[in-house]
Design a protein around this ligand. Structure first.
Ligand SMILES: C[S@@+](CC[C@H](N)C(=O)[O-])C[C@H]1O[C@@H](n2cnc3c(N)ncnc32)[C@H](O)[C@@H]1O
Length: 299
């Protein structure tokens, strides 16, 4: 996820794992993701939501040539596919790799890797946000994508759990056999494939020391749509635990690993706060702040 702040972080050498820590509804480990995933059984996870490093030189990244980066991604994706239940989903959230001023939208070179495993792309969701770097030699980047793949044509999709208010809820058919009846679903509309959620910058209530964490509400929508209570949800690049938090918040079981001990410790702390009812998250459905409206449209 886009972000320009840097933190000095201590990473584990690749392939090494720190002591395993778990509770009834969450397993979080400071480990390289290949080592962590290899300890989990085949077809045991219903949903994988993740945002890998973009190889752009953030504090937690080892910058490598694009080919080498794609080889590493390929190994991680292969493990994810192995872990996925037959009716499960993978949501790979990426933006641009930037080198010498040229951008590579990472979903483009990653798509053939998913296809080589027989994965089927259901949506390429555009996540639009309003804050980020101001570019001077190209347009400022204000979206990234969430690439939702399923392992087969039989997959869970609970649209009713993620409906959003219709624009004209009282609109009715004005002719034909349904004349006078409501023309839209009274429970709201399909949220579509362009999602607007504020990204987690300094004034966001969920902000931690992590330079680019997911907003919880974004993962909540995926968890609700693509899993049932009790299902397992994995994030192989878990950072400060947002995916696991969204999973546990909705009665699922969260799995995650990260190579930075400080992030994993923070993930546990956030999880404890969630259980104690003390974790502040931006509520799902809260409108985007609009300075033109009284109180930004929040009252
Ligand atoms: C874009 S961030 C993910 C942030 C996360 N979505 C959150 O909400 O906190 C990518 C994360 O991958 C971690 N990471 C990088 N290489 C890794 C590896 N080989 N195994 C596990 N984690 C890794 C980094 O430390 C970083 O926290």
């Amino acid at each position: 996820m886009g972000g320009n702040s840097r933190a000095l972080v201590q990473t584990l050498p690749f392939g090494e794992a720190a002591p395993h820590r778990s509770s009834a509804d969450a397993v979080l480990e400071c480990a390289d993701n290949l080592a962590f995933m290899r300890s989990l059984p085949d077809a045991s996870v219903k949903l994988i939501v993740t945002s890998p490093p973009y190889n752009i030189g953030k504090a937690y990244e080892r910058r490598s040539p694009l080919e080498q980066y794609l080889e590493q991604q390929s190994a991680v994706i292969a493990e994810c596919v192995r872990l996925l239940e037959p009716d499960g989903s993978i949501c790979w959230q990426v933006g641009n790799h930037v080198a010498a001023g040229e951008i590579v939208p990472l979903d483009v070179p990653l798509y053939p890797i998913f296809k080589s495993h027989g994965m089927r792309l259901r949506n390429r969701i555009v996540w639009h946000f309003e804050h980020g770097l101001h570019c001077s030699k190209r347009l400022s980047g204000r979206y990234e994508t969430i690439n939702w793949f399923t392992k087969s044509d039989e997959y869970s999709f609970n649209l009713d759990s993620i409906r959003v208010p219709s624009k004209y809820p009282a609109k009715k058919y004005f002719k034909g056999p349904k004349r006078g009846q409501l023309s839209c679903n009274p429970n709201g509309k399909n949220p579509g494939d362009v999602w607007i959620f504020p990204n987690v910058k300094n004034n966001h209530i969920e902000k931690t020391i992590h330079p680019c964490q997911f907003p919880v509400e974004l993962v909540e929508r995926l968890v609700l749509a693509l899993t049932e209570p009790g299902d397992k949800v994995l994030d192989p690049y878990v950072g400060v635990g947002t995916t696991v938090i969204a999973a546990v918040k909705h009665g699922r079981i969260g799995y995650g690993c990260d190579i930075v001990q400080e992030y994993v410790d923070l993930a546990w702390e956030r999880l404890h706060q969630l259980r104690a009812g003390l974790l502040r998250t931006r509520p799902m459905g809260k409108p985007i702040y609009d300075p033109a409206k009284p109180y930004g449209g929040h009252r």
